[in-house]
Design a protein. Structure first.
Length: 235
């Protein structure tokens, strides 16, 4: 069943990219609240990159899936006191939004692992959210990351306000894309713009996403009482 859902989603991404003549983005399967069995099923169907919101939950799941060579992304808010675990457990951290995290992640990235891939999370339009840096802070954060040999700056990540009218998210995606293009002037090697979820990934792709983060469309709806890790209350 999950195999089916995976093929559907990949087809949707393909169609969305083709419609706007853009490259097909990478799919990050958001596996928060899903058990290891579900992850293993998607992995068997060929999916390799998985996103988790909580360090604790990821620790358990990764332990159970140890034998599979999966790529793990942290997409939830990162507390400073979890930097060591994050630097050890994950291949990517998509939520670096303040300078304090940078030396901590670099210090704890194990020497025998590849450098930790890092995205700067930008707060593009949500004054009420404490997560994500302001656009004018991107440059300094990116420079700090790029200066750390144990970290590898890959690009930007954004979670726009989830307007019920998804067309209203387009502008936030477009502005993030402009910030990404500007950042690439100083850091020509960056290649990742992580934006778009189950319901708005086609719009994000049209606005230049190179990676989309999809949970519900792959695994089905999550239990309702799970707190929204994006930090938004329902719109
Ligand atoms: C949960 C989550 C997603 C996936 O959302 P869906 O609507 O289930 O596709 C993507 N990004 C982040 C940061 C999330 O927390």
């Amino acid at each position: 069943m999950l195999t089916h859902a995976l093929h559907d989603v990949l087809q949707r991404l393909d169609n969305a990219a083709r419609a706007v003549q853009r490259p097909v983005p990478r799919l990050l399967a958001v596996s928060k609240t899903q058990d290891a069995t579900a992850v293993a099923e998607l992995a068997a169907a060929g999916q390799r990159a998985f996103g988790e919101n909580y360090v604790q939950e990821a620790t358990v799941k990764q332990g159970q899936l140890n034998a599979l060579a999966l790529e793990w992304h942290l997409i939830g808010h990162l507390q400073s006191n979890k930097a060591k675990e994050a630097a050890t457990l994950f291949d990517w951290v998509q939520t670096v939004d303040r300078i304090k995290l940078v030396p901590a992640l670099a210090r704890y990235r194990p020497a025998d692992r590849a450098p930790l891939n890092v995205l700067v999370q930008v707060n593009i339009d949500d004054e009420t959210s404490k997560h994500g840096c302001r656009p004018e802070e991107i440059g300094a954060l990116a420079a700090a990351i790029a200066a750390e040999p144990r970290l590898r700056l890959r690009g930007l990540m954004v979670i726009p306000i989830p307007h019920p009218d998804i067309e209203r998210r387009r502008d936030a995606f477009a502005r993030t894309r402009e910030l990404f293009d500007a950042l690439r002037h100083d850091h020509p090697d960056i290649d990742t713009l992580s934006m778009g979820m189950s319901d708005d990934c086609a719009i994000a792709i049209a606005e230049g996403a190179t990676m989309v983060r999809v949970g519900t469309a792959l695994f089905g709806a999550r239990p309702a009482k799970t707190p929204d890790p994006t930090g938004h209350s329902p719109a």
